[in-house]
Design a protein around this ligand. Structure first.
Ligand code: GAR
Length: 204
């Protein structure tokens, strides 16, 4: 496995994917390259973004596989062909199962739009907003076999303001996502993240 070869799993518009690509292209994440982008949804804007940058973009249709293991086996097959050493979940809206996770444990990183362990799962921004929190934010963490439960690498906070809607809050969080995810990718490819149980030590 080559730690500088990255696969990005997506399900939607791909703005986080874009921030990773941009930071690689402008040299902020040195030596890394996105080798393949895989979407579980057909025709996503994320796939188009990948193609625009000359990156292989693949739709893997879960309906074509008889179960989650064989679906994930296909994804695994694609990413191993690219000698991938880091898998990023950038708006990938599925829980990763053992077929894909086991070979990439400690090498798979997710971004979540809330301050974990609060508001895991789908629509983290809306959940936080509906709960009436006064601060929210985003979390970048290693993936484990739970739903958004893996060791936390970096979190960023944003305030929730009086006039916010869930959408305004989501955009404020997204701005931070676009900064923090590339930071984490840089730290990973430079070998500066050390997992110690539940804690991640950053040796920057
Ligand atoms: C981002 O806000 C990301 O944190 C979230 O989906 C959005 C994807 O946006 N991920 C999750 O909710 C995962 N449970 P993007 O496609 O523009 O990067």
């Amino acid at each position: 496995m080559n730690f500088t070869n990255i696969a990005v799993l997506v399900s939607g518009r791909g703005s986080n994917l874009q921030s990773i690509i941009d930071n690689i292209e402008n040299g902020t994440i040195p030596h890394a390259s996105v080798k393949v982008v895989i979407s579980d949804v057909d025709g996503t804007y994320a796939l188009e973004r990948a193609q625009r940058h000359g990156i292989e973009a693949v739709f893997v249709d879960s309906n074509k596989y008889e179960n989650k293991a064989s679906f994930e086996n296909e994804i695994l097959h694609i990413i191993t062909q690219h000698d991938v050493g880091l898998v990023l979940l950038a708006g990938y809206m599925r829980v990763v199962g053992p077929t894909l996770l086991t070979p990439y444990k400690g090498k798979m990183i997710n971004i979540h739009p809330a301050l974990l362990p609060s508001f895991p799962g789908l629509h983290g921004q809306q959940q936080a907003f509906d709960h009436g929190v006064k601060v929210s934010g985003c979390t970048v963490h290693f993936v484990d076999d739970g739903v958004d439960t893996g060791p936390i690498i970096i979190q960023r906070c944003v305030p929730v303001l009086e006039d916010d809607t869930a959408n305004v809050l989501a955009n404020r969080i997204l701005e931070q996502e676009h900064k923090v995810f590339p930071d984490v990718v840089r730290l990973f490819v430079q070998g500066k993240l050390i997992i110690e149980g539940r804690k991640v030590r950053i040796t920057d």
